[in-house]
Design a protein. Structure first.
Length: 368
């Protein structure tokens, strides 16, 4: 082989090597690109863990989510915001979605317990009614998405009362309360129950005046002699079972129970009451945040939100759900209050440095 042939052969080998190396590089880039795309899609977790209020989810909705997405949902219940907060503060991990009320969201944000929700993964957030889209406890819905809202008032056995017990006097005034001794329950919830006493006395649910709070404490201590007890989970069934005749509680639970027992109904006391919103939030460090956001977006589908309303009898912050909600529910003022009643309602707010006073009052009342 001559010199020129050797030069030509060497050049050819170099070109071949360049082509081979280019192919390898291109193949590697494609593999990397595909891998990045797959990471962007983020596979769903096999299991999603919810920490929710007791009896506050339609099992059929969970079944639908599990069937559509192939994700098993496990739900643990809590009875009060304070119970839920204490558990998370104690280091309980593993929950992907929690359902705190409005004022508790504010507290949890302050304590750094909540992750920010990626709105890009929750496109149905656009269905939230403007009334709830920029809540004072979480402006812009940065950490939480509203789930349900409602009011806290009085449920009762209509066969027992000649007229609607539409005043807090029916659970606080001695002349009225003594007629139903041992047949009254109050919520096992510090802010709701102290708040009810404050409202009866003519004060704000969010009072930070210590004299007003001590007055509310004394009223609650006086009331205890006539109570069946403090109840967070069975107050509506207790009326249905004729164990009690009137109870302090959440509108939806009474009205859901009324489906089975038409004697039970609900009223908002004329002195005013609590308006509240429960929210879907993701704890900071949740193991499955992406799957949690997919679940939240699923809940915000109009048909799914409507199914929850029709099952739970609580109003939805999802305005797009209205066309799928039972008309009898939409037109019921005990569920969707008219404007004049809405004006008498108060949100429970974080009372800051006064919180320990509320907690002390609750301890003293429960100890009596």
């Amino acid at each position: 082989m001559g010199k020129n042939e050797l030069q030509i052969g060497g050049a050819m080998r170099k070109r071949i090597w360049r082509v081979l190396i280019s192919c390898v590089i291109v193949t590697a880039l494609v593999v990397i690109a595909v891998g990045c795309d797959r990471q962007g899609e983020e596979e769903l977790a096999s299991t999603l863990y919810l920490y929710n209020w007791s009896e506050y989810m339609d099992p059929d909705v969970l079944d639908q989510f599990e069937e559509e997405f192939g994700v098993n949902v496990i739900e643990d219940p809590f009875a009060s915001n304070e119970e839920m907060l204490a558990k998370l503060q104690a280091g309980a991990g593993g929950y992907d979605i929690i359902f705190p009320s409005d004022y508790m969201v504010d507290i949890m944000i302050e304590e750094g317990l909540l992750a920010e929700v990626n709105h890009e993964n929750v496109p149905n957030i656009d269905n939230i009614d403007p009334l709830f889209a920029d809540p004072p406890y979480d402006p812009g819905m940065v950490h939480c998405i509203p789930y349900m809202w409602g009011t806290t008032g009085l449920g009762y056995n209509a066969d027992v009362f000649d007229e609607e017990p539409d005043s807090w006097a029916y659970v606080f005034d001695p002349d009225l309360v003594s007629q139903y001794q041992g047949q009254i329950t109050m919520l096992n919830d510090v802010r709701e129950t102290v708040g009810a006493a404050l409202k009866y006395l003519g004060y704000s649910i969010n009072s930070t005046d210590e004299d007003q709070l001590m007055e509310a404490r004394d009223l609650l201590i006086q009331q205890k002699q006539w109570l069946y007890g403090y109840e967070a989970e069975q107050y509506a069934p207790l009326i249905s079972a004729d164990e009690t005749v009137i109870a302090h509680g959440y509108n939806g639970y009474f009205l859901m129970t009324a489906e089975e027992d038409e004697r039970i109904w609900y009223t908002i006391p004329r002195e005013g009451a609590t308006i509240w919103a429960d929210n879907m939030c993701i704890p900071r460090g949740a193991p499955n945040q992406h799957t949690a956001e997919v679940f939240i977006d699923f809940i915000l589908r109009p048909e799914v939100s409507a199914a929850l309303v029709n099952y739970l009898w609580y109003p939805s912050p999802n305005s797009a759900a209205a066309e799928f909600i039972d008309p009898d529910i939409l037109e019921d003022p005990a569920i969707y209050p008219p404007d004049d009643i809405m004006q008498r309602l108060e949100w429970i707010e974080d009372v800051g440095e006064t919180t320990p006073i509320y907690e002390r009052i609750w301890t003293e009342v429960k100890a009596q």
